[in-house]
Design a protein around this ligand. Structure first.
Ligand SMILES: NC(=O)C1=CN([C@@H]2O[C@H](COP(=O)(O)OP(=O)(O)OC[C@H]3O[C@@H](n4cnc5c(N)ncnc54)[C@H](OP(=O)(O)O)[C@@H]3O)[C@@H](O)[C@H]2O)C=CC1
Ligand SMILES: O=C(O)[C@@H]1CCC=N1
Length: 257
């Protein structure tokens, strides 16, 4: 299957790396001339073109749009010349099926909000499919997305909230990991060891929650030994409004005022 990624920034690079790891696809990309992207194409060995006109010659089966949201519709419009069997998957936050349908009237379209862990095939990918799509096209889309991580299909109106929790969430967790690492350094751990311990702890905590399917509050209760150290830390989190801070981060990222 031939896949072309349009826009090789943070998300586009992560998708190319994740798809490359699976070794199942012929990968190419389009980005306006940029030495950073040329270097990445040399390193990862994918074909790189610099205009949308060149994308037609690549004749991709699937196009993944990872351009900035404000230019995504204009970019999609330029790609309307591709043949009608081309599947367009847009990863741009806030771009709807209707936005795409207006400029790609005869194309197969789908909207996703992925996250940066797709780079290591451990992504969380919200997927909204349009009503008129065929089973064959869904199967092609799933072949691509399954190789990048967990795919959670939702109605289009829920894609924004999936996108905030799954897509923005890694940044919120990174802030927590950074703060925890600083505290560990303050208490004498060297920085690299601090990062290693924190990343391992988050990975294990996520795996346990994922595999057990237990509520996070129950998992927390398993750590807080009576009269122990953890509950003192949890009390400090409550005193400092940690849970509300996380809820408000999600609220604000949805655009809520
Ligand atoms: N980062 C993330 O975790 C996530 C991002 N997304 C979505 O992915 C998209 C990109 O975000 P992100 O990767 O963070 O942003 P970046 O700024 O890192 O990347 C954007 C890329 O698009 C390129 N670009 C700009 N204009 C055009 C154009 N007209 N045609 C082709 N390429 C173009 C830029 O090129 P250059 O740098 O050379 O100007 C750059 O390489 C957004 O729509 C965002 O909503 C969705 C989920 C998660
Ligand atoms: O910050 C953003 O707008 C994008 C969407 C989800 C993650 N990054």
């Amino acid at each position: 299957m031939k896949i072309t990624v349009i826009g090789v920034g943070n998300m586009g690079s992560a998708i190319i790396k994740g798809l490359g790891n699976s070794k199942k696809f012929t990968l190419s990309a389009m980005n306006p001339v940029n030495p950073r992207v040329s270097k990445l194409a040399d390193t990862l060995k994918f074909e790189l073109v610099n205009t949308n006109a060149d994308v037609a010659e690549l004749a991709p089966d699937v196009v993944i749009l990872t351009t900035p949201a404000p230019v995504t519709v204009a970019v999609a419009k330029e790609l309307a010349v591709l043949n009608d069997h081309t599947i367009f998957i847009s990863a741009a936050a806030g771009i709807s099926h209707n936005d795409l349908r207006a400029v790609l009237p005869n194309k197969i379209i789908a909207n996703i909000i992925p996250n940066t862990p797709v780079e290591v095939n451990a992504g969380t990918i919200g997927l909204a499919l349009p009503r008129e799509i065929t089973a064959d096209d869904i199967s092609t889309i799933m072949t691509v997305l399954d190789s990048l991580g967990d795919v959670i299909e939702v109605p289009e109106q829920q894609l924004d909230i999936i996108g905030v929790v799954g897509g923005c969430g890694p940044a919120f967790v990174d802030v927590m990991m950074d703060a925890m690492s600083d505290a560990a350094v303050k208490h004498g751990l060297d920085r690299q060891t601090a990062y290693q311990v924190v990343a391992s702890m988050v990975k294990g905590t996520g795996t346990l929650a994922y595999d057990s399917q237990l509520a996070p509050a129950l998992l927390r209760d398993q750590v807080t030994s009576p009269g122990g150290t953890t509950i003192k830390g949890v009390e400090a989190l409550e005193k400092n409004g940690f849970r509300y801070a996380i809820m408000d981060a999600v609220n604000k990222a949805t655009g809520e005022k």
